[in-house]
Design a protein around this ligand. Structure first.
Ligand code: SF4
Length: 141
């Protein structure tokens, strides 16, 4: 029969670097962190494994609608990691907005998204497109 600590063991692929260690994290009352981590080749993997088990977070990268640019979508990302369980709620907020060109890389698109303390920012600059404006006026005439 498996002990309680063994049943809570979780296998995780570390994504901190390209090595991609397969690490096992489990509760360990005897460890100062409360967890034991194995399979990691460095200390970063240990910290990552414990965080993945206790408070998994991700940097969210996606796109938003943009008006007046050559392209219809502007690449955006969060300027820090947000709790994984808030990603879908964040996407609902992001999918409702539309920005106007021009946009400069790093511009804050949504401040403090869902009170996470993290901002959604533009991942690239996008100029106003004269071509789009011309096409729009040709269609209108
Ligand atoms: S444990 Fe260390 S070496 Fe392994 S993937 Fe993570 S960061 Fe890279």
């Amino acid at each position: 029969m498996r002990s309680e600590s063994e049943s809570k063991a979780k296998e995780i692929i570390c994504i901190i670097c390209p090595v991609g260690c397969r690490i096992i994290v489990k509760r360990d009352k005897n460890s100062s962190s409360g967890y034991s981590v194995s399979g990691n080749e460095c200390k970063k993997g240990e910290a990552y494994g414990i965080e993945e088990l206790t408070n998994p977070t991700r940097v969210l990268t996606t796109t938003v609608k943009i008006e007046g640019a050559l392209y219809n979508r502007l690449p955006v990302r969060t300027d820090g990691a947000i709790p994984k369980d808030k990603i879908f709620a964040c996407m609902k907020v992001i999918n409702r907005i539309e920005v106007k060109a021009p946009v400069k890389v790093g511009k804050v698109i949504i401040e403090n998204i869902l009170d996470t303390g993290i901002h959604l920012i533009a991942s690239r600059s996008m100029l106003r497109s004269m071509l789009r404006s011309m096409l729009r006026s040709i269609k209108a005439s």
